[in-house]
Design a protein around this ligand. Structure first.
Ligand SMILES: Cc1cc2nc3c(=O)[nH]c(=O)nc-3n(C[C@H](O)[C@H](O)[C@H](O)COP(=O)(O)OP(=O)(O)OC[C@H]3O[C@@H](n4cnc5c(N)ncnc54)[C@H](O)[C@@H]3O)c2cc1C
Ligand code: SF4
Length: 550
């Protein structure tokens, strides 16, 4: 892939998109294919499949550092540090073309209909401004854009179109887990994954390396550098990599007029635009809006509600690993979900908490994973002769039931600008203030206990549990939430900022509630819905007073 380090940037773009990750990619492609002049500024770079470590002998070592999903551990030049001294959970992400989809596990899950109506159903948080039926067509189109493998007619969901590709094999781990679920009479279904089970739009089928969480060396997994950017560039989109945005600028009328960014040589540059779309994820977006202060917006851009950065949700994660006598080939990939269960997804107040979680079966990986994985084993069991014994007992014979706990919005959980820490360009780093709730503790305790029973019913000889993993902030949500009431939300249902008519936010920060499923299918479907609304209503779009061609 060649880098379009465009020298031919327009003086004023119709639309400027900040962030080339999951949501930004969807927006840039749709806008460019509709004839808009689009510039995208991305702080990271391209990462070609050959750069990934998954097909190299050192893979399990480098995933502890150079390919760690925590930017504080990885510390790439493109990353910004995050102060986590007051957070129960570390945020995980990737900076580059494709954003965090470069490292994601590609579990491809839709919200359930109840997720849009938790205030109505359970009396908590807020309802979304629309329902499942409204988003369903966008989910189905996104399934085709990324190439999802799955089995339709999952009884947990309303009926809909078939997935474009047949499901990935559930493998020995899926069959073993299903035995336990069948004995208990609990729901399970082959997992849907954005990993092709057959060749799909120039991407090969999955080769089962199992290294999806450090990037796919086969170029099979649907990261958006592969699924969206080639078409976006072909349609004329301009992408500037190594471009860290320090501020969204405004004109005298308080409309967004473009952005200031620092290029890879440390030079400050400006890009003007008629419309600005922020797609920098649930931490990067509130950070940028908070950095964008001006006389008109002294508390940060689009922040009259005071909610920019608030209601951070990260999906606390619990897990139960079971070890079996039978060989289960559980070093094999993908790291996508083999099977999933929605048995305990909905609220049952007799359990002592509200909402629930999706479960997913995942392989347990290679020898080092046996030591540092989720088992929570004491140190003396993880070294020397004991380590060898553990590897022999577990390698290829264990798998994990993972639990994605619904995280409820709480204004006290937030992203703020750190008063001291800065990134490599001297810009303020974000700080996370996040406490996992009492509801979450009860939810995870219940689900971990049930997942242990599921392993035991399947014949596990031992199980080990993790009740809240610190390195589980894969899903960064809620920090610029959508809603109809400008006093209680940052953007409207189309992603448009209540305070700034030509500023949009389309990434995971827009979520009203978190659901109990992995969010990227919803992030990308929402981004498509928002940007198509912008395209359809372009004649009525307010723009900056700068001359534009929109
Ligand atoms: C290890 C891991 C596993 C995951 N597994 C799954 C999974 O199985 N299923 C699932 O649904 N989700 C998964 N996720 C989450 C998924 O990757 C994210 O939900 C999704 O990528 C978020 O999309 P986004 O557009 O909000 O942000 P991102 O994809 O994170 O993109 C944001 C982009 O903005 C750029 N940016 C930020 N600030 C600036 C700035 N100031 N200037 C310029 N550029 C900037 C960043 O560099 C980045 O490229 C996983 C994530 C990780 C890290
Ligand atoms: S298991 Fe499949 S999707 Fe994952 S890294 Fe290997 S080839 Fe890619």
């Amino acid at each position: 892939m060649t880098i379009n380090q465009s020298v031919d940037l327009p003086d004023v773009a119709d639309v400027l998109v900040i962030g080339a990750g999951a949501s930004g990619s969807v927006a840039v492609k749709a806008l460019a294919e509709s004839g808009f002049s689009v510039v995208c500024l991305e702080q990271g770079d391209w990462t070609p499949p050959s750069a990934f470590a998954g097909d190299k002998p050192e893979w399990e070592l480098v995933k502890q550092k150079q390919w760690h999903p925590n930017p504080n551990v990885r510390a790439n030049a493109a990353d910004y540090p995050v102060d986590t001294s007051e957070s129960d959970v570390n945020p995980l992400m990737y900076s580059g073309v494709g954003g965090s989809t470069i490292l994601y596990a590609a579990h491809w899950c839709r919200f359930l209909p109840s997720d849009f109506r938790v205030r109505t159903l359970d009396g908590i948080a807020d309802d979304w401004p629309f329902d499942y039926a409204e988003l369903q067509p966008f989910y189905e189109r996104m399934d085709r854009e990324v190439g999802v493998s799955g089995l339709g007619d999952n009884p947990a969901y309303p009926p809909g179109a078939a997935y474009p590709l047949p499901p990935l094999p559930i493998g020995k781990i899926g069959r073993k887990a299903a035995e336990g679920m069948d004995r208990l009479g609990w729901h399970w279904w082959p997992g849907a994954n954005s990993i092709p089970s057959r060749e799909y739009r120039h991407r090969p089928s999955c080769l089962r390396y199992g290294t999806c969480l450090t990037g796919c060396p086969a170029g099979a997994k649907a990261s958006t550098d592969l699924t969206h950017w080639p078409d976006a560039l072909k349609a004329g989109a301009r992408l500037v990599t190594g471009a860290r945005v320090s501020e969204v600028t405004v004109d005298a009328q308080g409309r967004a007029s473009g952005a200031v960014y620092i290029d890879r040589n440390g030079t400050e540059r400006r890009q003007k635009a008629g419309v600005v779309i922020v797609a920098a994820n649930g931490v990067g977006t509130p950070r940028l809006l908070q950095m964008s202060t001006s006389a008109l917006f002294p508390d940060g851009l689009a922040n009259s509600s005071g909610l920019v950065g608030r209601n951070l949700m990260m999906h606390p994660y619990g897990a139960v690993v079971g070890t079996y006598e039978d060989p289960l080939d559980s070093w094999l990939g993908p790291a996508g979900q083999s099977i999933e269960s929605m048995q305990f997804y909905e609220t049952d107040t007799s359990r002592g908490f509200v909402r629930g979680a999706k479960w997913n079966v995942m392989p347990s990986g290679g020898p080092l994973g046996m030591r540092s994985g989720y088992g929570g084993r004491p140190v003396d069991e993880s070294w020397g002769a004991n380590f060898h014994r553990n590897v022999k007992a577990n390698l290829g014979r264990s798998f994990e039931w993972g639990i994605i706990a619904e995280d409820l919005p709480d204004e006290a959980n937030r992203v703020v600008l750190d008063p001291e820490l800065t990134d490599s360009d001297g810009l303020p780093a974000p700080k996370l203030i996040y406490t996992s709730s009492e509801n979450t503790s009860r939810l995870i305790d219940f689900h971990v206990d049930r997942a242990r029973e599921a392993h035991e019913a399947a014949g596990a000889i031992t199980t080990s549990e993790t009740r809240l993993m610190r390195d589980c902030g894969w899903h960064l949500l809620g920090t610029a939430r959508m809603g109809n009431d400008p006093a209680r939300s940052v953007i409207d249902q189309w992603g448009r900022a209540h305070d700034v008519p030509n500023l949009y936010v389309i990434d995971g920060s827009t979520f009203v509630t978190s659901s109990g499923v992995n969010p990227t299918a919803t992030i990308m479907a929402l981004a498509l819905r928002s940007v198509e609304h912008l395209i359809a209503n372009r004649r009525d779009q307010t723009v900056s007073s700068a001359p534009v061609t929109l």
